[in-house]
Every structure is written in structure tokens, then in C-alpha cells.
Write a protein of this length. Structure first.
Ligand code: ZN
Length: 487
């Protein structure tokens, strides 16, 4: 019998789509090297160029975090289960709960409830763990939701319904039709309007007692401390790594609990990061993945119900912190697999050397998170891209031009460019033989990100006449062939 390695969704394309593989090994180091030896494409996701294990990849043996040990030397035995948990972007014990609540106690006495509120919250008031005092605490509480999207939608609705007195919302986006598949706080009637307007209206319809404080801005290093300072709890529903690290660091610096949720395809993660009582996000993931390595929800897709489940967990944890009830998710990471309908829980250790919450922090003020996440430092693709209109003209002039579609077959089924050859990005390294290097090659995908990766793979393999379609098939549908459906 061998060791079972559970493969997370983002890495499954590199192991033939499987969710678990068996590996014979005596230590974690041996196991990871055998695994990436058998699955070459996996190697760059697990190891940096200098051979060390990437720090946004965490390894657990039988659900135990092994980073505090000499990770690579950790022995494994036949029958063990090893989990590889990468960070994904896309949204305490009982005593610690009391501590959080104590930190939130306002100098002012708790507010009173009107007759209307007593009737409205009657199912809370008869719960011993809430009662009149708990309901007043909810009314006094100030919760900031970063992002009014997939995770923020259910979180905002449940917090408003539960009677959280003040809900802050940070978002600068406009409601788009593709949001409605999961962002249930918005509606068809609000497509095209700012998300904050749409969300505020819906919250007030649900519960007019809630005060909404709207921040129509991107959360930045310049404004984060000022915005977060006046709130008791932050629920992070962002979809990108720079904002995740920004929210984390601001919460650690201000001593606020950060209720974390993130989603990707069919999997979600949730935890409560509260540095006073447990680890923070950086203790879990010291550094972000390189840009583009983990696809976003826009690129990788997400099941519509998933953010509903994870955002609801965030709302539940927020309410527990306010009430001081139960055991908050501090020091624990919950993993949810929707396809198996399975929850797993991993114990998180505080990293004593954490750059922001450790004993000798190096991050003592907010930094440039875009630079930290390597955004802006991406290679320049000058001259490597071609517009949809240019491609149409060149292709008419040179029918020998080869267009390679690097999307997945199910995307090809939705819409495809006639004459393009389908080779999904994950299969490209093994199917280079199907690309004729003597011809001009143009790669394309949905929006133009994966096709740049394909371009890099082809260039690295010696193909010289390769360009990538800027804006992907979406730009083609808009500018060349309006008969194609956009998705
Ligand atoms: Zn930390």
C-alpha cells in the first residue's frame, strides 16, 4: 500500500484530472519529487526554480500542518493521507471568542430594540445563546464586507437579516449579467448599476434597520486602515491576492478579526484569522502564487451555489464572534468539496516568524501589495499580441496561418472560431508535435491570458513565429464575428 496524495482542483489538470494519486515514498520530500517526476507539468506548481517547495503550497500529513517540522524530511507511512493545499483567491476556542467580543465592547451602553425589532428578531430572542442581550450586541456591531460579489452577497444578506446594526461595503464594480449566476444580492433590474447601490437597496428592503456605509472605492494601502479602523470585524470576500494580503495585514495591524472565505470551481476554504488569538493569512500562506499560476474564477469558473455556502459560513462566523458564542474558526481551516459534499478541517499553527504577526515582524505598515504579488512585474508581451481585426485581415491574406485554441473542450462547444485547432493548454506540452513550426501561429483562449501562457510554452519549445490573440475569442465575437455567443 502506498501513500494517498489528495490533489486540489487547481492542480488536477496536471495529474490527468484525478483527485487523488498513490505514491510510494518514505518522506514528504521523496513523495513530492516522485509526484512531480511522474507529472512533469506539476513540478513548476510545487517547486520554485531554485528547487525549494513554493510557500503558497502547504502540505498536510493526515490533516496536520507539517511546516513547523522539517517539512521535506517528515516521514510518511503506507496508508497515510497527504493533502496539498494551495492558496486560492476567488472571497479560536471559546475563550478567544469572548476575547473578540471583549475587544468589541463599546463604551456606550447597548442600544435598545423597538417593538418592530423585537417582533422581527423573535426567533433569535428565544434562542438562549442570543436573547435580548445578544440581539442588542448584533445591533451595536459594525461589520465591514470587502467585496459585494459572490461571497459578499450571501454574507451581507444574512448579516442584514440577522440585525447587524452597521454593515460597511467596499466595492467599486458595476453589476454585470455574468454576476447574477451567483451574486444573489443583485438582480436583473440592477445590471449596469454600481454594486454598492444595488446591494444597499436590497439590504434596506430586507431590513430597513440596518445602516449601510458604502465605500465606492478599491481598497488600497492608502485607505485601508482608515476604512477598517471603525469596524469591529472584517469579512474578506475579495477575488484577488493583493487585496487578500492587504486586508490581512491591515487587520493584524489594527487587531481586528478577519473572517476569510475563498472559492474556486467546486472547492471553498474558510477560516477566521485573528492574530491576537491564532494565525493570520500570512502564517498560512507566506507569499502569493506567481501571477497567473492559479486561475481566477473568471478564467476557471465557479459553481453558483458555492459562494452561497462559503459566504454563509463567513456570516455565521461573524455572528458567533459578535455573540461570543460557540467555537470560532480561529486556528482552523475548513475545506469544502462540493462535488463530494465533504467538509475537512485542518489545524493551523501560528508561524512564530510570520512577517506581520510574528514576534519580530518586518511588515509594520501597509506595503505595495501589487508589487508583493508580482503584478506589474510580468514579462512584457510587446509585439507578441495580435488584435482580432488584425488576425482576420492576416488570416484572409495568409490562409496557411495556424490558429490554436488553447481552451477546454467544453468551452469550444459554447463557441469557437472556424478553422482553429483545439489543443487545451494543459495538454500543449505533450502535443507540440501537432503544431507546425514552419507556419505562422496565433494562440487564442477566452480573454487572452491562457493564450499568453501557451505562447510562452511554444516559444520555450523553439517556435519563433507565435503570437497571441489579445482579448481572446471574446474580442473576436465583439469585433469580427457577432454571430458567436459571448460567455
Ligand atoms: Zn501571521
Amino acid at each position: 500500500m502506498a501513500v494517498t496524495v489528495l490533489i486540489p482542483t487547481p492542480l488536477r489538470p496536471y495529474v490527468g484530472g484525478r483527485d487523488a494519486v498513490q505514491v510510494e515514498a518514505a518522506s514528504i520530500g521523496e513523495l513530492l519529487h516522485r509526484l512531480s517526476g511522474e507529472h512533469i507539468a506539476l513540478r513548476k506548481h510545487l517547486f520554485a526554480d531554485d528547487g525549494r517547495l513554493r510557500s503558497f503550497v502547504n502540505v498536510y500529513v493526515n490533516d496536520r500542518d507539517i511546516r513547523q517540522l522539517s517539512a521535506q524530511e517528515t516521514p510518511v507511512r503506507s496508508g497515510d493521507t497527504v493533502s496539498i493545499i494551495p492558496s486560492i483567491a476567488g472571497g479560536t476556542g471559546g475563550t478567544a471568542a469572548t476575547e473578540v467580543r471583549a475587544g468589541m465592547q463599546h463604551a456606550a451602553p447597548l442600544p435598545s430594540l423597538s417593538h418592530e425589532e423585537i417582533l422581527r428578531y423573535s426567533r433569535h430572542l428565544i434562542l438562549p445563546d442570543v436573547g435580548l442581550e445578544g440581539q442588542k450586541r448584533l445591533k451595536a456591531a459594525r461589520v465591514l464586507l470587502v467585496g459585494a460579489g459572490g461571497l459578499g452577497s450571501p454574507a451581507a444578506l444574512y448579516l442584514a437579516a440577522a440585525g447587524v446594526g452597521t454593515i460597511g461595503l467596499v466595492d467599486f464594480d458595476v453589476v454585470d449579467k455574468t454576476n447574477l449566476q451567483r451574486q444573489i444580492i443583485h438582480g436583473t433590474a440592477t445590471v449596469g448599476r454600481p454594486k454598492l447601490e444595488s446591494a444597499t437597496e436590497r439590504i434596506h428592503d430586507l431590513n430597513p434597520n440596518v445602516r449601510v456605509e458604502a465605500f465606492e472605492t478599491r481598497l488600497t494601502s492608502e485607505n485601508a486602515l482608515d476604512i477598517i479602523r471603525d469596524f469591529d470585524i472584517v469579512a474578506d470576500g475579495t477575488d484577488n491576492f493583493p487585496t487578500r494580503y492587504l486586508v490581512n495585514d491591515a487587520c493584524v495591524l489594527l487587531g481586528k478579526p478577519n473572517v476569510y472565505g475563498s472559492i474556486f470551481r467546486f472547492e471553498g476554504q474558510a477560516s477566521v484569522f485573528y492574530a491576537k488569538a491564532g494565525p493570520c493569512y500570512r502564517c498560512l500562506y507566506a507569499e502569493p502564487p506567481p501571477p497567473g499560476l492559479v486561475p481566477s474564477c473568471a478564467e476557471g469558473g465557479v459553481l453558483g451555489v458555492l459562494p452561497g455556502i462559503i459566504g454563509s459560513i463567513q456570516a455565521m462566523e461573524t455572528i458567533k464572534l459578535i455573540l461570543g458564542a460557540g467555537e470560532p474558526l480561529i486556528g482552523r481551516l475548513v475545506l469544502f468539496d462540493a462535488l463530494k459534499l465533504q467538509f475537512r478541517e485542518l489545524k493551523l499553527e501560528k508561524d512564530p516568524d510570520c512577517p506581520v504577526c510574528g514576534s519580530h515582524p518586518s511588515v509594520t505598515e501597509l506595503i505595495d501589495y501589487e508589487a508583493f504579488c508580482g503584478i506589474g512585474a510580468e514579462p512584457s508581451y510587446d509585439g507578441a499580441e495580435i488584435t482580432a481585426q488584425e488576425l482576420k485581415t492576416e488570416w484572409e491574406r495568409n490562409p496557411d496561418l495556424l490558429v490554436v485554441d488553447v481552451r477546454e473542450p467544453h468551452e469550444y462547444e459554447i463557441a469557437h472560431i472556424d478553422g482553429a485547432v483545439l489543443i487545451p493548454l494543459g495538454e500543449l506540452p505533450d502535443r507540440l508535435g501537432e503544431v507546425d513550426g514552419h507556419r505562422e501561429v496565433v494562440t487564442h483562449c477566452h480573454h487572452g491570458a491562457r493564450s499568453l501562457k501557451a505562447l510562452e510554452i511554444l516559444k520555450a519549445a523553439g517556435f519563433s513565429k507565435v503570437r497571441s490573440l489579445r482579448g481572446g475569442i471574446d474580442a473576436w465575437a465583439v469585433n469580427v464575428d457577432p454571430s458567436l455567443p459571448r460567455y
